[in-house]
Design a protein around this ligand. Structure first.
Ligand code: SAH
Length: 393
């Protein structure tokens, strides 16, 4: 099938951006099957790209290739082999047995996320195109990695926009235990691939957990939005004086307790608190509590730019309170995983939080997602995680 792009709307494709919106496509008669491969043509009829078609999504087509090549099993094998090679060069396996193997658009495979947790792959398919090729991709993954177990966690809301229902379960293999430990920088974490957030763990924070952990020695640490204790365990393992971990999810906190036992870090230096970070930070302020290090790693407040304003207020609120609770010389490690808030806006929000808290602060490190979550230069949306490590002056 061939689809012609409206005059002027081919510009983003010429810049190799992989998305084509419904409004950019010239009307056509015969229906196109969900997920099938289409040729995208410029208004003058010349070939632009080969893409998957999503009949119900506003992102109507996602590019597989800008080259006039067949999109078939061997095409996908090439892409997957390249993705595997990139991780090999990063030497990520020397640091962890778990990492992202396929990062969607940035690995040339829109709609596919594949995370490796030791000897299990967890696959998430989010688009009509990825659904169309899912079985083929699963076969290639088994062939190229030698890993027999692929678990599917295609239960994200965006599938609805593609007309797809949630799917969870074994895609390959016969895995019967979905809770098992992985190793990250010599620390162990129990991962729940069936019920955990994302595919089970926030792999994108691996390097930042390590780095922030190193800075935690001899400090009283408050870890906000702690999930299963990634930053907390790293801090305890690096000699933090005390760690207070806060999250609203009882399930995540139960796993955190298991993770403390698993690593034999000093449990007597750790406290868990279930609750809402926004409220607890206020309570701590009213009680005149203070800390030497505060970690803020909230969920995505702004999935898209449309949510940026409301999200900015939420980021400012928690960062302002954190600056107030920090002792002089204290460290704030603050993150945003919102695609709708870019690095420069995030830095401005943190600056205005420091200003309103009446404090000086300097940035000592800029952090981002690990290299196993690469960013295609043509798809800046792929760069979503940013972090600042600030010292209160
Ligand atoms: N830092 C973690 C990942 C944090 S993900 C890691 O390295 O693994 C964000 C966490 O925020 C989730 O665990 C979620 O349960 C929690 N959360 C979301 N809203 C919250 C709120 N208002 N108060 C407390 N926790 C919240």
């Amino acid at each position: 099938m061939k689809i012609t792009i409206k005059p002027g709307r081919e510009k983003s494709l010429l810049r190799r951006h992989p998305w084509v919106f419904a409004s950019a496509i010239q009307p056509f008669d015969s229906p196109i099957a969900s997920g099938s491969t289409v040729d995208l043509l410029a208004p003058n009829g010349s070939f632009l790209a080969r893409a998957s078609y999503s009949p119900t999504s506003q992102i109507r087509a996602r590019v597989w290739t800008f080259t006039d090549e067949s999109v078939d099993k061997e095409f996908f094998r090439k892409r997957i082999k390249t993705a595997i090679e990139v991780r090999r060069r990063l030497k990520v396996e020397g640091q962890s047995d778990s990492y992202r193997l396929i990062h969607s658009e940035s690995d040339g495979l829109p709609g596919f996320v594949v995370d490796r947790y030791d000897e299990v792959l967890v696959l998430q398919s989010t688009t009509a195109g990825s659904e169309f090729w899912k079985e083929t991709i699963a076969d290639i993954l088994v062939e190229e990695t030698g890993i027999q177990n692929i678990y599917e966690r295609s239960d994200v809301d965006v599938r609805e926009l593609e007309g797809l229902k949630p799917i969870i379960g074994n895609l390959r293999g016969t895995l019967s235990s979905f809770l098992f430990p992985i190793t990250e920088h010599n620390l162990k974490f129990n991962i729940d691939i069936q019920h955990g957030h994302k595919t089970g763990f926030y792999l994108d924070q691996r390097e930042n957990r390590h780095r922030v952990g190193e800075l935690a020695k001899d400090r009283d640490v408050l870890n906000c939005f702690c999930y299963t204790g990634g930053f907390s365990i790293h801090a305890l393992a690096n000699g933090a004086k005390s760690v207070l971990s806060v999250d609203s999810s009882a399930d995540a906190l139960a796993l955190l307790e298991e993770n403390i036992a698993l690593n034999r870090v000093p449990a007597d230096r750790h406290t868990t608190l279930e609750g809402d970070v926004f409220q607890l930070l206020r309570k701590f302020r009213d009680e005149n509590r203070s800390f030497d290090m505060i970690i803020l790693d909230p969920p995505k407040f702004a999935p898209t730019a449309a949510h940026a304003e409301k999200a900015s207020r939420a980021y400012k609120d928690i960062n302002l309170l954190a600056f107030k609770l920090l002792r002089h010389g204290g460290i704030l490690a603050t993150f945003s995983c919102s695609g709708g808030v870019d690095a420069s806006l995030f830095q401005k929000i943190v600056a205005s939080a420091a200003l309103d808290a009446g404090t000086e602060a300097t940035i000592i490190e800029h952090l981002s997602q690990g290299g196993d979550h690469p960013v295609s230069l043509h798809f800046p949306e792929g760069a979503y995680l940013k972090g600042l490590v600030c010292v209160k002056g």
